[in-house]
Design a protein around this ligand. Sequence first.
Ligand code: DAH
Length: 347
Amino acid sequence: MQANDFESIRIQAESEAVTISTPQGLEEFRLKYLGRKGLLARASAIIPTLSQEERAEFGRKLNILKKALTVLVEEKAKTVAAKDSGSSINRIDLGLPGIAQELGRLHPITQVIDEICALFTRMGFIVVEGPEIETEYNNFTGLNIPLEHPSRDTFDTFYLKPKTDNLKPATKYLLRSHTSPVQVRAMKSRKPPLSIVVPGRVYRPDAVDASHSFMFHQVEGFLVDKGIKFSDLKGILEVFAKGIFGENIKMRFRPHFFPFTEPSAEVDISCIICQGKGCSVCGRKGWLEVLGCGMIHPNVFKHVGINAKTYTGFAFGMGVERIAMLKYGINDIRLFFENDLRFLKQF
Ligand code: DAH
């Protein structure tokens, strides 16, 4: 073996190494050059046949080549290993679990609205919706709340900037402060008998705190037919309250004033926390207010063109957030609107 043979072996090995791409290929390469029966081992077999001087020179060159090829194998091992793991990432393993999609769900307020509406539709009511931008007439005047009446303050709301001044109530627009104006719309456009529930958003210029919000939801309900009595109202509301809060709750009707009903009442249920004994949630009263109601005022019938001598009816209205807060023991209305998934995921 000549000195330039070492050089040609190195060149040959280097060009072969470029084409290696698998661990098996690298192992074959290693055995070919560095293995026990490899090229270098066979070359060293000729050492005993050499003279003293030649041996030293031969041995030195053989060692240099051995080191160079060992480094080459080690370097190559790194790239082959990296490629190998890269290809396993790209391989599809059908046995692995998939990436779970987060399922959305209905907002708790939507769930409670659906639950309330389902209770009433089971009793024959239909669901009707109305616009959030209402006329002053439908929000107030048509509901027997005249312009100067002090009860307007309770329902006062955000007005839309008029294009011209001195608009009549029918063309003056505002954000509705309750769902009651849909009574006016529905009674004008349909003929009795009517049994309707109206879910929707309402607006009031209230400062936001734990129990107030400038926007919240209501469900309005009303029924108009011949011979409708206050006892019908009581019966329907009892089915509603027991359906939402449970069979064991008690109800009471307290006289109240609403301009659009006469007589009017507020309805309380026995406290669901203390069962009427008195606790911090019910302010030691044992009762929780849940809605307002009454017999539809003859003036409302007059506005919508229904003959109050032939027809009577009842109406009621409730705040959905309040019902949801009582049902689930939530103590801050703001939780519904902050979009915090830690809260929303519980429903
Ligand atoms: N509109 C009333 C409010 O926002 C709630 C209400 C009370 C509605 C009595 C009614 C009713 O239909 O009869 O406070």
